[in-house]
Design a protein around this ligand. Structure first.
Ligand code: NAD
Length: 484
């Protein structure tokens, strides 16, 4: 019998929400020159705040502020001085972690447990990690030796335009802002339109850290704002995380310019369970792989490949485990699966799952009471999925798992690699040699073995094929922000 849990809601009183927010340009919050839009809590549909929609003129002001800060202070400041600011930011993130976690959960719909225990600690960790690199850039790559014998000294690129998605708003900010600043670049960041509030809070943190004005600028808005920022002629570097479709558009916009580009795009990862794997542990990893953050994860293990001989066993245990997932109020500390971030995303999940049924796959959803208001989707698994089904090929970006089977390692590799994406993969087996063989065969930027969705600032992350190019995290993450 599953336990009943008494509600354990986190207080939202720690968050001091303003009714409206401007843009963070040149170290100050300023009014935008355009209209505004509403940021909505996906769990309750409550309007949290009005946020300015930045125009081309606002993007221009932000880039100009970043350019001034680049020329006057940041690019010429010794790395050891830049590091002090980054350490300070990291410490303030830790000090204000409760506010940040509650705000992220409110605005995004993710469970407070994940915002508190995963997102915010990682955000601080990325700032600490890149703070440590700021005065050691000569050691970042072999060609940048401090004795000057090979290559020239590492130099920043200039002004970086950074556009990020809504699934890990603060974490994606950290992945972009921390390495850029460590290398001496200044930034203009555009958060996603449904999750701008923690980025704006980060603007306050920059003020609190006394970061020189203009080193970080934050402009809010939707696709048009992003488009204006990416197209700005005085931008030296574009870093984008988001859908493959928009990534392709950005690649076209940047082609033929002097701007350097990194793209972190979508995924359709295979999580591969062999018959010798510890099944309960693997099932836990499968659940974490697809239901963490409502499946709004680029590297989600959205295709489960199970060796045929253990298929029945895995499915029985998986469904039993899925029945215990608690779906509901993101601010409740017991919640495992929160709200879908937006009505548009919910409609996309509903459309693709309906196609899955229409194409003949068998759908099973965990029995759960979904709240009346807000955007929700029950954890769902599809069996009898073929590789041709859209639910096996397209990124659903929701709590939906498609299960396929295989007989041999070679068949598992062929099916896992049969995708236009190549971001991540998981392998569950008792045999170290099989793990190493699989890791060599899988065309994915990250391969996890007997675990899934593990992140660490020291470890590079990024894709192959339509999952993008360039790496974020680790020493490799510095390369995207240095001239070489
Ligand atoms: P999206 O591409 O719709 O939007 C991403 C960002 O781009 C938003 O800030 C949006 O306002 C902006 N944007 C939209 N059109 C633009 C344009 N023409 N020019 C410039 N900016 C524009 O993606 P999303 O729905 O917010 O995010 C989900 C996607 O992000 C998924 O495909 C997911 O896999 C991917 N993602 C990838 C990674 C990774 O590291 N590879 C990490 C997280 C999310």
């Amino acid at each position: 019998m599953a336990f009943d849990y008494a509600p354990a809601p986190e207080s939202r009183a720690v968050v001091d929400l303003a009714s409206s927010y401007g843009l963070f340009i040149g170290g100050e919050f300023v009014d935008g020159s355009g209209s505004s839009f509403k940021s909505i809590s996906p769990a309750t549909e409550e309007v949290l705040a009005e946020v300015a929609e930045a125009t081309e003129a606002d993007a221009d002001k932000a880039v100009a502020a970043a350019r001034r800060a680049y020329a006057r202070t940041w690019s010429t400041m010794p790395g050891s001085e830049r590091a002090k600011y980054l350490y300070r930011i990291a410490r303030i993130i830790q000090e204000r972690s409760r506010e940040l976690a509650v705000l992220e959960s409110l605005d995004n719909g993710k469970p407070i447990r994940e915002a508190r225990d995963v997102d915010v600690p990682l955000v601080a960790a990325y700032f600490f990690y890149y703070a440590g690199w700021a005065d050691k850039l000569e050691y970042a790559a072999p060609s940048w030796q401090p004795d000057g014998s090979r290559g020239s000294a590492p130099a920043p690129l200039g002004v970086a335009a950074q556009v990020i998605p809504w699934n890990f708003p603060l974490l994606m900010l950290a992945w972009k802002v921390a390495p850029a600043l460590a290398c001496g670049n200044t930034v203009v960041l555009k958060p996603a339109e449904t999750t701008a509030l923690t980025a704006l809070f980060f603007g306050e943190i920059c003020q609190q850290a006394d970061l020189p004005p203009g080193v970080v600028n934050i402009i809010t808005g939707a696709g048009e704002t992003g488009r204006a920022l990416v197209a700005h002629p005085d931008v030296d570097k574009v870093a984008f995380t988001g859908s493959t479709e928009v990534g392709k558009e950005i690649a076209r916009a940047v082609a033929g310019t002097k701007k350097s580009l990194t793209l972190e795009l979508g995924g359709k990862a295979a999580n591969i369970v062999f018959d010798d794997a510890p099944i309960d542990q693997a099932v836990e990893g499968v659940v974490n792989g697809i239901f963490f953050n409502q499946g709004h994860v680029c590297c989600a293990g959205s295709r489960l490949l199970v060796q045929e001989s253990v298929f029945d066993d895995v499915m029985t245990r998986l469904k039993r485990r899925m029945k215990t997932l608690r779906v509901g109020d993101p601010l409740d500390k017991n919640t495992d699966v929160g709200a879908i971030n937006s009505p548009q995303q919910l409609a996309k999940i509903q459309e693709l799952t309906a196609v899955g049924e229409a194409e003949g796959a068998q759908r099973w959803s965990a029995p759960c009471d979904l709240p009346d208001r807000g955007y929700w989707f029950a954890p769902t698994v599809f069996t009898e999925v073929s590789q041709a089904h859209r639910i096996a090929r397209e990124e659903i970006f929701g709590p939906v798992l498609s299960v396929l089977t295989f007989r041999t390692p070679a068949e598992a590799v062929e099916k896992a690699n049969n995708t236009p994406f190549g971001l991540s993969a998981g392998v569950w087996t008792d045999k170290g040699s099989l793990i190493l063989w699989m890791a060599n065969q899988l065309r994915a930027g990250v391969v996890w073995a007997n675990t899934f969705n593990q992140f660490d600032p020291t470890s590079p992350f990024g894709g192959y094929k339509e999952s993008g190019y360039g790496r974020e995290g680790g020493r490799h993450g510095l390369e995207a922000y240095l001239a070489h």
